[in-house]
Design a protein around this ligand. Structure first.
Ligand SMILES: [Zn+2]
Length: 285
């Protein structure tokens, strides 16, 4: 613990807000998903009631929580982010973590200004070669998602929302494709790669024990980056273009949505001054 305090003293040198640094509780907000968990490689394993997946995911989350706490976190809030928030349980989550259950709303709760955001079990965006079960928010419903022209999935959108509120992403665990995706936008984030995608449903995975060890260490190391790692900023004005799948074409009143422009029968584009504005328009139906 001593070196934590030393680190903050070092950061304090030359900064006006020393008191703020010392007073601020260090809260890590952990975004969780199933498709990027070690040992999860088939679609049927992502059923929220799948007992093996639950154990694998919970084990990885708890390893991350341990790492964050050893690294100096005061509080770790874990969001049950997979498929309707019905996979995790307070019976099995790390005793010192808090479990956030339910939908987050347009700001993703980032207006709470967490000290840092991390991903556990993360998959890559849609259409990535070698991305295990790669998708952008919905495998069945969404073909492609573009943020200011760039193809994105959960990694970019969540990082951008966190960045909008000044919060950096410090760590990710998931498959190699997801790790690459975060590294493109946050080169200094700590990564724990738990599996490699040979194809969409073909993977080479670490054992659960090895995956947990890698995640624990990445989480511990990432804590020392709070204060130096930069929040990811998508500068405004921002566009969000969502291309749905054919079966999920736009409803008849799509043109009437605020800030929306219908591109074709299954593509809609939102414009706004920043990520919060476009994401709010997209999410309000
Ligand atoms: Zn997902």
């Amino acid at each position: 613990m001593w070196y934590q305090i030393d680190m903050r003293l070092v950061l304090c040198l030359g900064m006006v807000s020393c008191l703020a640094i010392f007073a601020q509780k260090r809260t890590v907000f952990v975004i969780t998903d199933a498709e990027g968990v070690g040992g999860v490689c088939r679609q049927d394993q992502t059923d929220p009631k799948d007992q093996e997946m639950r154990q694998l995911l919970t084990g990885e989350i708890n390893a991350a929580v341990e790492g964050f706490l050893v690294g100096g976190a005061d509080e770790v809030i874990v969001w049950d982010g997979h498929d309707g928030s019905q996979t995790l349980s307070t019976l099995t989550i790390h005793p010192k973590a808090k479990l956030l259950m339910g939908a987050l709303g347009p700001s993703m709760l980032m207006d709470r200004h967490f000290s840092a955001v991390a991903y556990v079990g993360q998959h890559s965006k849609a259409n990535v070669r070698g991305g295990i079960m790669a998708h952008s928010y919905s495998s069945l419903g969404i073909q492609n998602m573009l943020l200011s022209g760039k193809p994105v999935g959960e990694i970019d959108v969540i990082a951008a929302m966190a960045g909008h509120f000044g919060t950096p992403v410090i760590m990710l665990s998931g498959d190699q494709a997801a790790a690459n995706e975060l590294h493109e936008i946050v080169p200094d984030a700590e990564l724990a790669v738990v599996k490699e995608g040979v194809g969409r449903y073909t993977c080479i995975s670490l054992s659960a024990a090895a995956a947990r060890e890698a995640i624990r260490e990445a989480a511990r190391r990432s804590m020392s980056k709070i204060g130096t790692i930069k929040p990811y900023i998508v500068s405004g004005p921002v566009t969000l273009q969502v291309e749905y799948t054919t079966r999920n074409s736009l409803p008849v009143d799509a043109e009437k949505r605020a800030g929306a422009q219908v591109v074709d029968d299954r593509t809609i584009r939102f414009q706004g001054k920043d990520i919060l504005e476009v994401w709010t328009s997209y999410r309000s139906r």
